[in-house]
Design a protein around this ligand. Structure first.
Ligand SMILES: Cc1cc2nc3c(=O)[nH]c(=O)nc-3n(C[C@H](O)[C@H](O)[C@H](O)COP(=O)(O)OP(=O)(O)OC[C@H]3O[C@@H](n4cnc5c(N)ncnc54)[C@H](O)[C@@H]3O)c2cc1C
Length: 526
């Protein structure tokens, strides 16, 4: 809770504490297990062979949705839109993210439609008359799983369809076509033909989809039902058989003359949907940090109670080194993710805006990349029990790589950073200024600071050094936040091992002299 309070979400602490009790209950974890064991099933046709295109979920999945929607995780930063003339509430993004951090630990898959619905709002607002029609249902706290026109429902959720077989990163290769009806134009109607190779949460009530209109790649809103109450021609082909994220359905879909309404201008599809993509990148980092926290807490708990060679595991030096080392990354990932949330809350502040533009790809890259390796090590702390499905380490381990792939994988995040550096070099100056103000005097930071600054003076080598640059910036930022706000035993150990010292590939070394017991005790109250 201290990251959320520090970054501006303090007024929500009481509410978040109550929500945490729900997410952390035995019942919630049991729901998470059930929702992942009883995976969604596609019902494409009825008994007469007519298309119905619905996906059935286990009731536990709907319960998770119910809990997250009641908390407003799918929309709360936009609540102010329901009150004409109102401004965004202070810390609303941080408060929401704190909820998502905990809800992901309860069950991660259902967070997909929650994330997409929240992130879709800025894109929908580009077309005010479309937003006006959908927002009252989106802002509702009453989850409604029924498959019927949104006008008859208590609430609505929104998904996204960008990726095609020939292009996920390179969406300009999309071939799905949108032909205008009655001239088209912003807010106008189009007929859409084509496919999407990944379209998750297919029981959403509408999807923001990229398609080629006469003016170029464009963003359209495709509802499941048309205004006359008939079902739109959005035909699910299959559900993906995925490594993890199994409670959530991810469909392959074809549009056979589906109807969509243009959001923004023709040819401006990428700038329109990038608003949504940016929000989902933030959530990937927050969810990964939450899942890392879950496996770490499990590992520490297990080691406190498991006796090996007449001593608790946590009291064995080697194990304490491993747990403390994991804890440093979890604290750093959480701090960095919430610092990013803060920048979403301060859209009008140029310094916060610079942080948001530069550090969204950096944070998404670093936190999400760290997750799988950290979950693996935490799983090992649990011994054989960590590898079986009755616990949740195995599920978390299968879930985490998704956050790194989805919405911009590693190289794409590095390229996104480089693009910002080229277009807005002043953003880096602002971010580095902030770091130098906190840690400029600390010699441990020097090598990474020099590395980042040197990379900028070699524009030819920027792409070759892309990943080094991202990782360097992430570690600098995380180190600076910990130095400013964490106890010295945490900040010192993080900085000594991540910003200087010999290179490392695994956890559990380099902490000679660190107060590993204090670091472990900080994870869970003793
Ligand atoms: C479970 C799941 C759910 C998903 N849900 C959705 C959804 O709801 N909607 C949706 O639209 N998509 C969805 N996706 C798709 C996902 O966003 C894409 O898979 C992702 O964007 C990568 O695109 P791609 O698969 O086409 O890979 P590619 O674009 O072929 O990329 C492959 C690799 O190449 C790298 N790469 C790409 N360009 C470069 C470059 N210029 N230089 C160096 N490296 C590069 C990438 O980083 C990546 O590692 C989902 C994916 C998964 C796994």
């Amino acid at each position: 809770m201290c990251s959320a309070t520090r970054e501006g979400g303090g007024s929500a602490v009481e509410q978040l504490t109550a929500f945490g009790a729900i997410c952390g209950s035995a019942e919630s974890f049991e729901r998470g297990r059930l929702a992942n064991e009883h995976t969604p099933r596609l019902k494409a046709f009825d008994s007469k062979g007519r298309r119905i295109d619905i996906v059935e979920f286990h009731p536990a999945y709907h319960e998770c949705m119910n809990i997250s929607v009641a908390q407003g995780l799918h929309c709360s930063p936009s609540d102010y839109l329901a009150r004409p003339g109102a401004s965004p509430a202070t810390g609303a993004n941080v408060a929401r993210s704190a909820g998502c951090y905990m809800a992901s630990q309860m069950e991660a898959g259902h967070q997909c439609p929650i994330t997409m619905t929240n992130a879709a709002i800025p894109t929908l607002l580009l077309q005010p008359e479309i937003a006006a029609g959908w927002l009252p249902k989106i802002l509702s706290r009453s989850y409604d799983q029924s498959f019927q026109p949104v006008s008859a429902k208590r609430s609505a959720s929104i998904g996204m369809g960008m990726t095609e077989k020939q292009g996920g990163t390179d969406v300009r290769a999309n071939t799905t076509a949108a032909a205008p009806v009655n001239g088209g134009g912003p807010g106008g109607e189009y007929v859409v033909m084509g496919h999407k190779w990944f379209m998750s949460a297919p029981m959403c009530d509408a999807f923001l989809v990229l398609a080629q209109a006469p003016g170029g790649l464009s963003c359209l809103l495709l509802p499941r039902f048309l205004p006359d109450g008939s079902v739109n021609a959005i035909h699910f082909q299959r559900l993906k058989d995925k490594l993890g994220n199994r409670s959530n359905a991810s469909s392959e879909v074809e549009f056979h003359g589906a109807h969509g309404w243009l959001v923004g201008e023709e040819g401006r599809g990428v700038p329109a949907i990038i608003e949504m993509v940016t929000g989902t990148r933030l959530d990937c980092a927050v969810a990964s940090a939450g899942l890392m926290r879950l496996v770490l807490a499990n590992a520490v708990h297990h080691c406190r109670y498991r006796t090996v060679f007449q001593r608790k595991l946590v009291d064995h030096t080697l194990m304490q080194q491993v747990l403390a080392d994991l804890a440093l990354d979890v604290e750093a990932a959480t701090a960095l993710a919430f610092r990013l949330c803060h920048s979403f809350d301060r859209a009008d502040d140029p310094r916060a805006a610079a942080w948001r533009r530069l550090m969204t790809p950096v944070t998404k890259y670093w936190v999400c990349k760290m997750g799988p390796a950290l979950a693996h090590e935490a799983m090992e702390c649990l011994g054989g029990n960590g590898y079986v499905e009755e616990g949740f380490a195995a599920r978390v381990y299968r879930e985490l790589p998704l956050n790194a792939i989805w919405e911009g994988s590693g190289n794409v995040m590095a390229l996104s950073l480089l693009l910002t550096l080229q277009r807005e070099p002043e953003a880096l100056e602002i971010v580095l200024d902030e770091m130098v103000a906190t840690v400029g005097h600390d010699t441990h930071f020097k090598p990474q600071l020099e590395l980042v600054q040197a990379a900028l003076h070699e524009p030819r080598l920027l792409e070759q050094r892309g990943r080094r640059l991202v990782e360097g910036l992430a570690k600098l930022a995380a180190g600076a936040i910990l130095r400013a706000h964490a106890p010295a035993f945490v900040a010192d150990a993080f900085i000594a091992t991540r910003l200087s010292g010999p290179a490392r590939q695994t956890y559990g070394h380099g902490l000679d002299g660190a107060d590993t017991r204090a670091i472990c005790n900080r994870v869970l109250p003793a």
